[in-house]
Design a protein around this ligand. Structure first.
Ligand code: MTE
Length: 309
């Protein structure tokens, strides 16, 4: 890698959750707000003021991260994945790498990860549905994996595919959407040092409902780009399919960069609800490129993001 992205925030830098909650309560009482209905109404308007950076980087609890999920293979309700994904068989696991690569083949997960050291990355995670979390992922840069298999000169995109285990997946049995779930990135997005393949959360193996044993994480894009439980990676010179884009191209673009100025046709993308905020949780402002503008804006310098949404 020419340059390796260095996270300046580790879990040690994060405001302890207790202190954070106290400060919020202090803030609320300083503003003369009680916990009653009037207070709630006023708190709504606090959501319009920019949040402090440290607020945004308090990681959610493991419980929150593993119990409120989207994984349609297991059903469309937020608690379907935690209830049903335990049936996902993840051992053995292999990934087929194909297309414009020097070393195509089917590799075990151990072979894919061989020689790579996982690191922790605390990232904002913003779903297109306008909820968000902060997740302490463990994983490797996707670029490290792609460099191992050798990307050929003409490759322009990377496509990904999720496993299908119909017997274990009630959402697949019911056909809640077309499967397998597929996603894609432009090669420069895939090679960007922020883009990671996660195998853990909070130093524990990634839970099945979060996409075990290995899933993509692209922190500046809406969460649906971060495809789970990957079994196939293909390097191509043509734009690969993206499941939600294929289902409804007017609502879900191929790029799907987090952008508070480009609304979803049916709802605003200007603010978001952080999961687990509790009673006092005001909506918080959504940040351009989910707060990673300095790192990724260059990738889109020549594009109109209202057109390439
Ligand atoms: N990957 C697969 N295979 N199937 C899915 O339904 N949902 C996407 C993404 N990856 C999805 C998926 C969506 S919409 C979001 S917001 C995130 O996973 C949710 O990730 P989480 O459950 O780990 O928070």
């Amino acid at each position: 890698m020419a340059h390796r992205w260095k996270n300046d925030l580790t879990r040690n830098d994060v405001t302890p959750k207790a202190a954070f909650m106290n400060r919020r309560q202090l803030m609320a009482s300083a503003l003369g707000l009680g916990a009653g209905a009037a207070g709630m109404a006023t708190l709504g308007s606090i959501g319009a003021t920019p949040v402090m950076a440290q607020d945004a980087l308090v990681p959610n609890t493991l419980e929150e991260i593993t119990s409120y999920n989207n994984f349609y293979e297991f059903g469309t309700a937020k608690d379907d994945p935690v209830r049903h994904a335990q049936a996902l068989e993840i051992d053995p696991w292999s990934i087929t790498v194909e297309g414009m690569v020097d070393n195509p083949g089917t590799y075990s997960l151990a072979e894919i990860m061989d020689g790579l050291t996982t690191e922790e990355r605390i990232y904002r995670f913003r779903c297109v549905e306008a909820w968000s979390m902060v997740v302490p992922w463990n994983g490797v840069e996707l670029a490290d994996i792609l460099n191992k298999v050798g990307v050929q000169a003409g490759a322009k995109y990377v496509g990904f595919q999720t496993a299908i285990q119909p017997g274990n997946m009630p959402g697949v049995q019911r056909g809640v959407m077309p499967f397998p779930y597929v996603e894609g990135l432009r090669l420069d997005e895939a090679m960007h040092p922020l883009t990671m393949m996660a195998t853990g959360i909070y130093d524990e193996p990634i839970a099945k409902q979060n996409g075990a044993p290995i899933r993509l994480v692209v922190p500046w894009k809406y969460g649906f780009k971060s495809i789970k439980s990957i079994v196939r990676i293909k390097l191509t010179d043509e734009q690969p399919a993206s499941s939600w884009n294929a289902i409804n191209p007017g609502e879900y673009g191929f790029y799907s960069n987090v952008n508070p100025t480009v609304d979803h046709p049916r709802w605003s993308q200007a603010t978001e609800r952080k999961i687990g905020g509790g009673l006092f949780a005001a909506r918080q402002d959504t940040l351009m490129f989910n707060g990673y503008e300095a790192e990724v804006a260059d990738l889109y310098a020549d594009q109109d993001l209202a057109v390439d949404y």
